[in-house]
Design a protein around this ligand. Structure first.
Ligand SMILES: NC(=O)c1ccc[n+]([C@@H]2O[C@H](COP(=O)([O-])OP(=O)(O)OC[C@H]3O[C@@H](n4cnc5c(N)ncnc54)[C@H](O)[C@@H]3O)[C@@H](O)[C@H]2O)c1
Length: 438
C-alpha cells in the first residue's frame, strides 16, 4: 500500500520503519526538517532498540521518502496516518493545536484529490475529537464528505518507548474505530496479520479505550506502590505480597470486578479497606488512592439516589436488598444504604428480596433486621407481583436470572425501571428504562 505518515516522533517513526519493512511504500511528513534529513540519511529520529538498523535498511530499500508538502503526501498515497503530538497544556487540558492545524491542511489537500483517501488518527485524542472537530475541518476544507469521498478512522497506538518495534509486532490487540466497511478492510490488509485480535468498533469508543488503558496502567502502578508503602509500615515484604496477589488469576488478575455496575458493599470490602486506612493513619503513611476508594464508592451510590429522586415519584419498589445476588447478607449492603437514603427523602418503599425473605422466615437474619434496620424490615414484601403492581418506579438491584425474568414479565408500559445491574437486553423492558450510568 502507499502510505503517508504525519508526525515522525516515537509513534510515527516506528510505524514508518515497520510499515516499510512489511513491504509498503511510505512517505514521512514532519514540520521538523532535522527529522526528515535524519530519515533521508537512513538514521532514526528517535532512540529505540532496533531502529538504527531498521531505518538504515529501509532508507536503502527505496520504499521510504520524506516531504514537508502535505499535498504531495496525500496525492501519492491512499492512506494517511496522523501521529502528531497531543501534549498537556499547563492547565492539564489536551493541546490539540498540531492535529487541528494538520486536519485543515489535509482537508485542503483532499479538495484536489480525485481518488478515495483514508485518514487514520493514531495520536491519543480526547473522545469526540475525531468526529466532533477533525471531521468538520476535513469536510469544510475539502468540500467533500466523510464516508463517501474519504474515510476517517481512529486506531489507538499501544507501543511503549524502549520496546516499540517489539510492541508494534506484538500488540495486545488491534482496535480500529471506523464507520465504513471499506476503511476496516484497508486496516485489516495492513494490520490483520499481527497477533492479537482485530476489534472493529466506533470511532469514539476507540478514542476512549486508549485513555482507559493508560489510566488503568497508572492505577495498577499506584496500587502496587501504595501496597508497598503499607507493607513497609507493617514490616511485610511487598514483593512476596504482590507476587501472591498476582498469582490469583481467578479474581485478582482477571476480568472479575471490572464490569461497571452499582456500588460495592458487603461484610468484607468496606471493613477491610477501613482497617488498612486506620493502619496507614497510625503509621503516618500516605495512601491517597486507597484512602479515597470508599468515598468514590459513596459517590457512586449518590449518583443512583440522584437519578431516582429526579423521577419525582414518591412510591418506589425495590427488587433486592442484600449486597449481591445469592446471599441474604445485609451487612453494609449498598442497597440498604440506598433504601435508607430514599426513606430519608420521604419516599415510600416496598422491597422484595427472595433470599432475605427466606432467611427472615428461617429466623437467620431476623435478629439483624429487627435490631439494626427495623425501619427497613417493615417495608419488606413477600410478593414481587404486589411490589410491581403498587409502584410505577422499580429499582432492580439484583441480577439473579429467575428474579430478573419475573420482574421483566411483570413490568408494564407505565413502569420506569432503574437498572443497577446492567440488564443484558434492556430493550426487553416494557416501560421506561434508566441505567445506573449507561
Ligand atoms: N510515545 C509513545 O510511546 C506513545 C504511545 C502511544 C500513543 N502515543 C500518542 O501518539 C502521539 C504521538 O506521540 P509521540 O510520542 O510520537 O510524539 P512526538 O512528540 O515524539 O512526535 C510528534 C511529531 O509530530 C510532529 N508534528 C507536529 N506538528 C506537525 C504537523 N502539522 N505536521 C507534521 N508533523 C507534525 C513533531 O515535529 C514531532 O516530530 C501522541 O498523541 C501520543 O499521546 C504515544
Amino acid at each position: 500500500m502507499n502510505i503517508s505518515i504525519f508526525g515522525l516522533g516515537y509513534v510515527g517513526a516506528v510505524s514508518l520503519a515497520c510499515l516499510a519493512r512489511d513491504g509498503n511504500t511510505v512517505i514521512g511528513v514532519d514540520i521538523d526538517p532535522v527529522k526528515l534529513q535524519l530519515i533521508m540519511d537512513g538514521r532514526s529520529p528517535v532512540i529505540e532498540e532496533g531502529m538504527p538498523e531498521l531505518m538504515a535498511a529501509m532508507a536503502a530499500s527505496g520504499r521510504v521518502q520524506v516531504t514537508q508538502d502535505v499535498q504531495q503526501a496525500v496525492n501519492q498515497t491512499e492512506v494517511s496516518f496522523i501521529c502528531v503530538g497531543t501534549p498537556s497544556q499547563a492547565n492539564g487540558s489536551q493541546d490539540q493545536t498540531a492535529v487541528l492545524r494538520l486536519a485543515e491542511q489535509l482537508g485542503k489537500a483532499l479538495a484536489s484529490k480525485s481518488t478515495h483517501h483514508t485518514i487514520v488518527f493514531r495520536s491519543t485524542l480526547l473522545p469526540g475529537t475525531v468526529e466532533g472537530k477533525l471531521k468538520t475541518l476535513l469536510e469544510q476544507h475539502s468540500d467533500k464528505k466523510d464516508g463517501v469521498d474519504f474515510d476517517i478512522c481512529f486506531q489507538p497506538e499501544f507501543l511503549r518507548e524502549g520496546s516499540s518495534i517489539k510492541d508494534y509486532d506484538n500488540p495486545p490487540f488491534t482496535i480500529v474505530g471506523a464507520n465504513t466497511e471499506r476503511a476496516h478492510q484497508q486496516m485489516q490488509r495492513l494490520f490483520g496479520h499481527l497477533p492479537g485480535q482485530y476489534h472493529k468498533t466506533d470511532v469514539k469508543t476507540a478514542e476512549t479505550v486508549k485513555y482507559f488503558c493508560n489510566i488503568f496502567h497508572a492505577l495498577k502502578i499506584t496500587f502496587a506502590n501504595e501496597v508497598a508503602r503499607l507493607c513497609e509500615g507493617l514490616a511485610v515484604d511487598p514483593f512476596k505480597v504482590m507476587d501472591l496477589v498476582c498469582a490469583d488469576k481467578q479474581l485478582n488478575i482477571s476480568t472479575a470486578y471490572l464490569k461497571p455496575g452499582f456500588a460495592f458493599g458487603g461484610s468484607c470490602l468496606p471493613k477491610d479497606l477501613r482497617a488498612m486506612q486506620y493502619v496507614a493513619k497510625q503509621a503516618d503513611i500516605q495512601i491517597p488512592m486507597l484512602g479515597h476508594v470508599l468515598s468514590s464508592n459513596h459517590i457512586h451510590l449518590q449518583q443512583a439516589c440522584k437519578k431516582i429522586l429526579a423521577l419525582g415519584c414518591r412510591q418506589i419498589g425495590m427488587i433486592g436488598l442484600s449486597f449481591k445476588s445469592g446471599t441474604d447478607d445485609l451487612r453494609e449492603s449498598p442497597l440498604v444504604d440506598l433504601a435508607e437514603y430514599l426513606i430519608g427523602k420521604g419516599m415510600q418503599l416496598s422491597i422484595y428480596d427472595p433470599e432475605v425473605n427466606l432467611s427472615r422466615l428461617l429466623g437467620a437474619n431476623k435478629k439483624y433486621i429487627e435490631e439494626s434496620i427495623p425501619h427497613i424490615g417493615q417495608l419488606m414484601s413477600e410478593d414481587v407481583a404486589a411490589v410491581l403492581a403498587n409502584n410505577s418506579v422499580i429499582i432492580l438491584g439484583l441480577n439473579d436470572k429467575a428474579l430478573v425474568e419475573q420482574v421483566l414479565a411483570g413490568l408494564t408500559a407505565e413502569h420506569t425501571l432503574v437498572d443497577l445491574v446492567h440488564l443484558k437486553q434492556p430493550e426487553q423492558v416494557k416501560g421506561k428504562y434508566i441505567g445506573m450510568c449507561w
